[in-house]
Design a protein around this ligand. Structure first.
Ligand SMILES: Nc1ncnc2c1ncn2[C@@H]1O[C@H](COP(=O)(O)OP(=O)(O)O)[C@@H](O)[C@H]1O
Ligand SMILES: [Mg+2]
Length: 137
C-alpha cells in the first residue's frame, strides 16, 4: 500500500520527478477533480526548471512553459466533451517538447500521446492527504 502524502510531500515528489524526467517524456495524471493533478503538474514543472506557472483559470487546454532544457507543455483535457475535440489541440507542436504533462488523458481518447509515466492520484479520508501511485509505463 503506498503511503498517503500531504501537500508538501506531493510537491517534493513532483519536483524530484521533474528533475528525473528524460527529454521527451509524457506524463499522464489521472484522478478525479481535486485529487491534486494540477498541484502535481506545477511541482513537476518546477523540477523541470519552469519558473512561473499560471494557475489562473483559462480556456486554453494547452499551456506552454519554458523549462531548463526546453518547452514544457501542460495539457488539461478536462473540458473536452468528446475525444475528437482533441483533434484541435495542436499535438504536432508537442513533438519538440522537453516534457508533456497531461491531465484527464482518457478524455482525449486515442489523441493523447502515449505516456512514459502515469501517476494516479486519489482522495483519502484525510482532506489534506492524497494517495499517489506512480506507474512506470
Ligand atoms: N496532499 C495533497 N496533495 C495535493 N493537493 C492537495 C493536498 N492536500 C490538499 N490539496 C489541495 O487540493 C487541491 C487540489 O486541486 P488540484 O491540484 O487543482 O486538483 P485537480 O487538478 O486534480 O483537480 C489544491 O487546492 C491543493 O492545495
Ligand atoms: Mg486540474
Amino acid at each position: 500500500m503506498p503511503p498517503d502524502l500531504g501537500l508538501a510531500e506531493v510537491e517534493l515528489l513532483g519536483r524530484e520527478l521533474g528533475e528525473a524526467l528524460r527529454p521527451g517524456e509524457v506524463v499522464w495524471l489521472e484522478g478525479e477533480l481535486g485529487a491534486g493533478k494540477t498541484t502535481l503538474v506545477q511541482s513537476i514543472a518546477s523540477g523541470l526548471g519552469v519558473a512561473e506557472f499560471a494557475t489562473s483559470p483559462t480556456y486554453n487546454l494547452v499551456h506552454r512553459y519554458e523549462g531548463r532544457r526546453g518547452p514544457v507543455f501542460h495539457v488539461d483535457c478536462y473540458r473536452l466533451r468528446v475525444p475528437d475535440e482533441a483533434a484541435e489541440l495542436g499535438w504536432e507542436r508537442l513533438a519538440l517538447a522537453d516534457a508533456v504533462l497531461i491531465e484527464w488523458p482518457h478524455r482525449a481518447g486515442a489523441w493523447a500521446l502515449p505516456p512514459t509515466r502515469r501517476i494516479r492520484l486519489a482522495h483519502t479520508t484525510d482532506p489534506d492527504r492524497r494517495r499517489v501511485e506512480v506507474i512506470a509505463s
